[in-house]
Design a protein around this ligand. Structure first.
Ligand code: NAI
Length: 250
């Protein structure tokens, strides 16, 4: 069990890609902290994910909060240490979209997306930095997007936030490498989740036509890379952005 006695934090793991990553780490023996926004019914949802992680063979506890609030991310790191004794892997996965053409994009939609997607990851990393540096070990994985690599019409805010995450990833990789802390980004293409289910059918089809593999990816395609990047098999990989996109970007 590669991740036995390791503590893995996955933000935005009540559903979608984050949930799959959390369960995958659980199946490899990790103690997983499921972190997600505190909305109505979320405690039950998060508990269900914890039950799935335990059924897969891991340990699990949930903690609810908002990645864009430093007090919440400080609380998250403290919770992980109190409950499981360390913070070994952090997956900054929480993210939102507020798509619109730039001339119709409101300042509020710009701010919301940048605040959750980019500042949220900064907050979690900052809250965890001292702990990881003291341990002289740790892995950070940031969930970027192909939109942040190649841009996307109608997603100026989202693409900017994900491109920002790539800059954050490389800077953190350089800053913390001497303490044996690695930081990489995953750039998913179109993955079938509630986020992509929201897209109109004709838009989904036009995206599929542009993907060399002609289909959307599955959440497990992203989870497989996350567990690889967090593990010893990737111990010489840092500061990288890896596309998982059916060949969309090449
Ligand atoms: P999703 O919308 O299904 O799940 C996102 C999760 O993040 C939700 O559980 C949500 O409650 C949580 N969240 C949102 N705001 C939060 C906050 N302020 N604090 C804490 N948690 C918060 O999205 P999905 O599709 O699973 O995406 C996960 C990540 O992968 C996101 O960062 C997204 O941008 C990225 N991504 C997804 C792609 C896709 O095709 N689904 C493609 C490229 C990137």
């Amino acid at each position: 069990m590669e991740y036995e006695n390791k503590t893995v934090i996955v933000t935005g793991s009540a559903r979608g890609i984050g949930r799959e990553i959390a369960i995958k780490f659980g199946g490899l023996g990790a103690n997983v902290v499921v972190f997600d926004i505190d909305i109505e019914g979320q405690a039950e949802t998060a508990q269900t994910v914890c039950d799935e992680i335990k059924a897969a063979g891991g340990g699990a506890k949930y903690y609810l909060g908002d990645v864009s609030k430093p007090d919440d991310t400080d609380g998250l790191i403290k919770f992980a240490k109190d409950e499981f004794g360390s913070v070994d892997v952090i997956v900054n996965n929480a993210g939102i979209t507020r798509d619109n053409l730039i001339m119709r994009m409101s300042e509020a939609d710009w701010d919301a997306v940048l605040t959750v997607n980019l500042k949220g990851a900064f907050n979690v990393i900052k809250s965890a930095a001292r702990t990881l540096m003291k341990q002289r070990a740790g892995v950070i994985i940031n969930m970027a997007s192909v939109s942040g690599v190649m841009g996307n019409a109608g997603q100026a805010n989202y693409a900017a936030s994900k491109a920002g995450l790539i800059g954050l990833t490389k800077s953190v990789a350089k800053e913390l490498a001497s303490r044996n802390i690695r930081c990489n980004a995953i750039a998913p293409g179109f993955i079938q989740t509630p986020m992509t289910d929201k897209l109109p059918e004709n838009i989904q089809q036009s995206y599929k036509d542009a993907i060399p593999l002609k289909r959307f990816g599955q959440v497990e395609d992203i989870a497989n890379l996350a567990v690889f990047l967090a593990g010893d098999g990737a111990k010489y990989i840092t500061g990288q952005v890896i596309n998982v996109d059916g060949g969309l970007v090449m």
